[in-house]
Design a protein around this ligand. Structure first.
Ligand code: MLT
Length: 404
């Protein structure tokens, strides 16, 4: 008789953004006349940049001609894109990463949930708390997290690293030694970040204890301060302890296009086994490559025109972040983030729980945000707003919240 993977049965509730989506649809259904402003999921609203559209159009034309048509893409990515990534995201920052250490994929969400497959089930993971839920949920599905305690909302075999106002929302080195350490900077959800010197401490620690850092740099394009690292490979020794995940969703508006990549340096080994060939084996077996048209679009991100147009797009969203942060601060809210990241993290007013504030904001201001507790127990009493809305909606949302 077939049996299910009962690790799935241990997952409490549905995926955070599915739960929010359902709540918002129910509210809209009951209140069809309300103009809801969505600042919940970090989904972009600006159209694809002209340089990207142009590249996609010409790739589509190539697909329509017998002599330029392409079938399956190379499973690890086309050389033109891998080389552009190496030149622009690594060599330009003084990091020695080679094209065969880049694995092109359909996005960082999938990579961040799949990467755990190449590690043994008895590895112990450490995560920031609050954290992007995919890291923990994917390890639950794999059966790596032990049992769930509904009261504390924690898993018995996960090391939680609280990120609170007291530590500037930056994790401290854990007391218990983890095998895998998930870090995301600039951070989702808190919008906080750490300096290169602080990240170097993590790299030194991982090399010392033999842990692997899974470093999610999806929001790197939003960094505005000079001492914040754009890639973990700016730190000395990172190639022997770190995997990096990158996305085109936030820097180039590809949430609906789908493109990302993972970097696994050849020097990175676990117990003498190199991880790069393991991930290549996994990718080659389970994945058929990102479409040619999308990889050409990704290449255009690195063209002169692409870079110029995308810098403007990032500035547009960061102006929203400033509008949210300053608007809420002037209304008496305690706010952080929004300087090196497109997320604003706020303390809920009047000791409301995160979900109480979610309902309050939805009902009274028709504004959707994300409850901090959805990202982990230390997110309770906090709330996340995204800067990825349109400027007009962002402004209107803040005016509505200020008027409450
Ligand atoms: C978020 O809102 O946390 C992100 O947009 C979700 C994602 O990137 O998958």
């Amino acid at each position: 008789m077939a049996k299910v993977n009962d690790n799935y049965l241990k997952l409490p509730g549905s995926y955070l953004f599915s739960t929010i989506g359902k709540k918002v649809s129910a509210f809209q259904g009951a209140n069809p006349d309300k103009q809801i402003i969505r600042l919940g999921i970090g989904d972009v609203t600006q159209p694809l940049a002209p340089a990207i559209i142009e590249a996609m159009h010409s790739a589509v034309d190539e697909m329509g001609q017998a002599d330029t048509f392409r079938g399956y893409a190379p499973d690890l990515g086309y050389d033109f894109l891998r080389n552009a990534i190496v030149e622009n995201d690594y060599k330009a920052r003084g990091c020695d990463i080679a094209a065969d250490e880049i694995f092109v994929s359909d996005g960082a969400k999938c990579d961040s949930s799949n990467i755990q497959e190449i590690f043994s089930l008895d590895n112990k993971i450490a995560v920031c708390d609050p954290v992007y839920p995919v890291y923990v949920d994917s390890n639950v599905m794999a059966g790596r997290t032990g049992t769930y305690d509904a009261k504390s909302e924690t898993w018995s075999d996960v090391i939680y690293m609280p990120c609170l106002a007291d530590n500037n929302f930056a994790p401290e080195l854990p007391k218990e030694t983890p095998d895998l350490i998930y870090l995301c900077f600039p951070n989702n959800p808190t919008g906080s970040t750490i300096t290169k010197a602080q990240l170097q401490e993590w790299v030194d620690y991982a090399n010392k204890v033999g842990s692997v850092i899974i470093y999610d740099a999806a929001y790197e394009a939003y960094i505005s301060e000079s001492d914040v690292p754009h890639t973990i490979y700016e730190c000395e020794g990172a190639k022997t302890c770190a995997i990096e995940l990158k996305s085109f969703s936030k820097n180039a508006g590809f949430t609906g296009v789908r493109l990302g990549y993972t970097v696994i340096p050849k020097e990175l080994k676990c117990n003498g086994t190199a991880l790069n060939p393991l991930w290549a084996r996994r990718h080659g077996t389970k994945y058929n490559g990102v479409p040619y048209i999308v990889q050409r679009a990704g290449e255009a991100v690195y063209s002169g025109a692409g870079k110029e147009q995308l810098a403007k797009q990032v500035a547009y969203y960061m102006n929203n972040a400033k509008t949210i942060k300053e608007g809420l601060a002037s209304a008496g809210y305690t706010v952080s983030g929004g300087v090196n990241a497109p997320y604003i993290w706020l303390k809920t007013p009047d000791n409301m729980t995160s979900w109480e504030f979610f309902d309050f904001l939805l009902e009274k201001a028709n504004v959707v945000g994300t409850p901090g507790s959805g990202f982990g127990p230390s997110g309770e009493g906090y709330f996340r707003l995204t800067a990825f809305g349109t400027y007009e909606n962002t402004l209107a949302a803040i005016e509505r919240i200020k008027a409450l």
